[in-house]
Design a protein around this ligand. Structure first.
Ligand code: PMP
Length: 343
């Protein structure tokens, strides 16, 4: 499979915006090339469009080679970027595995790209033959989410390998919640399957949703195209600085993840005791999906008591569900208590 053949024809013809000032900046040149105000504060200069220092930190901490990285304003931006780079409106299509994170479909709609949905099976696993049966020569991207939002379970690497080996487009593996599991990342199989694209984020386990930093790890050919299409200054200087500092705090983040996992088990234990409430899927991220016969009333009861959870009514597979994020100890206790008193 030739990655260049997957790229939209208008993108192939694109003469990208060029900006070569990073070297001049480092060498202390007078920077009279970007119409900035020289009297401005620490943020008077445009940020590095290729986020090179941040990519070096990602190499040190995660082992990702910089030439394989595209950094986005959250991984949401990267989802949109993949669609805009590879899918021609009104011509190409994507496959999503339903129920899953809604933004794949939302960005596809915005870009006028057809969405083909393959349902999870009753064990909440993707069905390979069904997915491949929906693909045709216009299917550019298959989105897999592991651990999946909102079901919480992971997809075995072996399934991802089998899909990638039989599909002629890109398999996008969204690993937003990967740091909460022991399951290996799909980055470990990318050398064998150059059509696997992995998305990760600092928004979840890394505790920095407000920074808006997402990372796409892909074959350099994919990365080259994404970097041409993205807005040059998509990641502001403050976010780049904070992300670099955060990546140095891996130990602290790992301790927080451990605490969240302990709390997840406690919350699970508490919720298992609630009559009429069913735990759905296998929670492997920092949330639990539950089903309740009177889910709307339970949702409202939680809101009335100042607890917000997410309504997730997803027929036919998962009707009447609520997704509960694992919070701090006292917050989890409150959820359990409220579920006990709900009637
Ligand atoms: N992927 C999944 C599966 C998510 O659940 C989310 C956030 N809810 C995102 C991507 C978006 O993350 P970010 O904050 O990096 O845009």
């Amino acid at each position: 499979m030739e990655i260049d053949n997957l790229v939209r024809s208008n993108v192939k013809r694109l003469q990208p915006y060029s900006c070569e000032r990073e070297d001049y900046k480092r060498q202390g040149f007078s920077l009279l090339d970007a119409n900035e105000n020289p009297y401005g504060g620490i943020y008077r200069r445009y940020p590095d469009p290729l986020q090179q220092e941040l990519k070096q930190c990602l190499r040190e901490v995660k082992g990702f080679a910089p030439e394989r990285l595209t950094i986005g304003n959250g991984s949401d931006e990267l989802i949109d970027l993949l669609l805009r780079t590879f899918c021609s409106p009104r011509e190409d299509n994507i496959i999503t595995i339903s129920p899953t994170y809604p933004m794949y479909g939302i960005y596809a709609q915005v870009n006028e790209v057809e969405i083909r949905e393959s349902l999870l099976d009753k064990d909440l696993m993707p069905v390979l033959e069904d997915i491949l049966g929906r693909a045709d020569k216009h299917t550019k991207l298959i989105f897999l989410c592991t651990p999946n939002n909102p079901t919480g379970n992971t997809i075995p690497l072996d399934t991802i390998c089998r899909l990638a080996s039989r599909f002629q487009g890109l398999v996008v593996v969204d690993e937003a919640y990967i740091d909460f599991t022991d399951s290996p990342s799909a980055t470990s199989i990318q050398d064998r399957y150059p059509n696997i694209v992995v998305l990760q984020t600092l928004s979840k386990a890394w505790g920095a949703a407000g920074l808006r930093v997402g990372v796409c790890i892909a074959d350099p050919a994919v990365t080259g195209w994404l970097n041409k299409v993205k807005a040059p200054y998509n990641l502001n200087s403050f976010a780049q600085e904070c992300a670099k500092a955060l990546l140095q705090e891996q130990d602290k983040v790992q301790a927080q993840v451990k605490e969240i996992l302990r709390e997840r088990e406690r919350l699970l234990e508490g919720l298992r005791q609630i009559p009429d409430l069913r735990i759905m899927g296998k929670p492997e991220a920092n949330f639990i999906l539950v089903q309740h016969g009177r889910y709307r009333e339970l949702y409202q009861y939680l809101l009335d008591n100042r607890v917000a959870v997410r309504l997730r009514d997803m027929p036919p597979l998962l009707p009447g569900c609520l997704r509960i994020t694992v919070g701090k100890r006292e917050e989890n206790d409150k959820v359990i208590r409220l579920c006990q008193t709900f009637q």
